[in-house]
Design a protein around this ligand. Structure first.
Ligand code: UD1
Ligand code: CA
Length: 459
């Protein structure tokens, strides 16, 4: 993250995100960069990271007819400019699709790949710092476990001399383990001149962005390398790499949550989303899944096997085990949602309880209200959704059906097993069930009639 004290902070920064990849190896109808990690698209991960690294402007280069990719870019970063690369003529050619933006005159021009989603804001910041130190080009490198296929970084001291693409490298160059992650930072004043000087004189007849290094050096400018972990620069080309990146990201998210003061009893079993927020002294038991938009405030406990998405759990509340909180859920302070309770688009006031086997959908449950086991809000008539309101301190007896729209007043009682179709005033009792019939001696007579009458036993 760029802080005010960083020399890079005063520099204006444009980030060009290459998102034109076809991703045929994903074998998917969805473009590669819209696949998700931790509930967020690959493209969105990159946009979040560069924004955190201080990008003043973002340009996204998409393939032809990729309105879906453009829409995702704008959803995350409304000011993003979209550029279409009509033909795939190489990475430098792709960057130049945003020529007009580069020409606006920025201090730093960063190139990021939308299919390389784990690069952190801190690493983008380190690339920018090399420009601030006087490099015209800064390249992100990594020591590859298997360098095959990657561009090799040819260095001398801190100077990067050239990047040699695998297909163009000789035997000696192929023995180099330091590889190009692809991401690059260019001095904004030089960027257009460097990019325009890149030719297609290589094995793939492509305009290689990597050639910016040799072009810069030929002009007496400096090129530097910033080294990152291989896991951070992992590109996504297929579903196995997607799963590896997910694993890397989950480890990162769990560590961050624990560092911020949440207890994860079995972190390796907890699945977090990139935007999950856990407060201090939150306890998360094993096997909990946080989908997008979950927020758990200080001291709340999420018991085992719960699933939360688009839900806020306020301080000191208790959820689960086996609870499902769906979008629009707001669980009040100290409230309790127990096992096999599903909540959707519903608010539970402070101290409210729904401890067992319930569905609360499109509902407002008042503070300290008690929702008995098996209570269901009948919120759907086959066409429309309707709301249920339960007042503060109300008591809904077990196995009740609340047929919405319906309001149960503050402090009212609903007898167990009721089907409530009409509003219940505050402090009233509503019982909506068939009256019980009791027949003295009936059971005994029944047994006398039938016992011994049938000697034929079923095996
Ligand atoms: C690139 C680097 C290589 C590096 C490797 C890391 C170049 C010339 N080579 O090679 O040094 O080791 O990444 O993974 O930069 N793209 C476009 N339009 C194009 C071509 C590419 O948008 O015309 C995008 C791709 O969608 C992808 C990125 O640029 O996101 C990299 O392209 P790719 O073809 O994967 O480059 P590599 O051959 O892997
Ligand atoms: Ca690649």
């Amino acid at each position: 993250m760029v802080k005010a004290s960083d020399p890079a902070a005063a520099r204006r920064c444009l980030v060009i995100v290459l998102a034109a990849g076809e991703g045929t190896r994903m074998k998917s109808r969805t473009p590669k960069v819209l696949h998700a990690l931790a509930g967020r698209s690959l493209l969105a991960h990159v946009l979040h990271a560069v924004s955190a690294a201080g990008a003043d402007a973002v340009s996204v280069v998409v393939g032809p007819d990729r309105d879906d990719v453009a829409a995702e870019a704008r959803r995350v970063r409304a000011d993003a400019t979209i550029h279409v690369q009509a033909q795939r003529l190489g990475t430098a050619h792709a960057v130049l699709a945003a020529r007009d933006e580069i020409a606006q005159g920025y201090d730093d021009v960063l190139v990021a790949f939308a299919d390389t989603p784990l690069v952190t804001a801190e690493t983008f910041g380190r690339l920018r710092a090399e420009l601030a130190r006087g490099a015209a080009v800064a390249v992100l490198g990594f020591e590859a476990a298997d360098p095959n296929g990657y561009g090799r970084l040819i260095i001398e001291g801190e100077d990067l001399l050239a990047i040699r693409e695998h297909k163009d490298a000789n035997d000696e160059e192929r023995r180099v383990g330091l590889c190009n992650a692809g991401l690059m930072a260019l001095d904004g004043g030089e960027a257009l001149a460097l990019l325009d000087a890149i030719g297609q004189d290589n094995a793939q007849r492509e305009f290689y962005l990597t050639d910016a290094v040799a072009v810069a050096r030929a002009r007496g400018l400096k090129a530097h390398v910033v080294v990152a972990d291989e896991a951070e620069v992992q590109g996504i080309n297929d579903r196995t790499q997607l799963a590896q990146a997910e694993a890397t990201l989950q480890v990162r998210l769990r560590l961050a949550a624990m560092r911020e003061g949440a207890t994860l009893q079995a972190p390796e079993t907890v699945f977090l989303s990139a935007d999950t927020r856990l407060g201090r002294d939150v306890v998360v038991e094993p096997h909990v899944v946080f989908g997008p938009g979950a927020m758990v405030e200080d001291g709340a406990v999420i018991h085992a096997f719960s699933h939360l998405e688009g839900a806020r759990v306020r301080a000191g509340a208790s959820v689960g085990p086996y609870a499902r909180l769906r979008p629009g859920t707001d669980i009040g302070e100290g409230a309790r949602v127990g096992n096999f309770v599903e909540v959707k688009n519903a608010t539970l006031g402070a101290g409210a309880k729904a401890n067992h086997l319930s569905y609360l959908g499109d509902a407002t449950i008042g503070a300290r209200a008690n929702i008995g086991a098996g209570t269901i809000t009948c919120n759907y008539d086959g066409f429309r959704k309707h709301r249920t309101e339960v007042g503060a301190g109300a008591f809904v007896g077990s196995n009740s059906s609340l047929v919405a729209p319906v309001t149960i007043g503050d402090g009212a009682f609903v007898g167990s097993g009721s089907v409530v179709t009409m509003d219940v005033p505050a402090d009233a009792l509503a019982v909506g069930r068939a009256r019980q019939v009791t027949k003295d001696g009936w059971a005994q007579k029944f047994r006398e009639t039938f016992s011994g009458a049938s000697t034929k036993k079923t095996e």
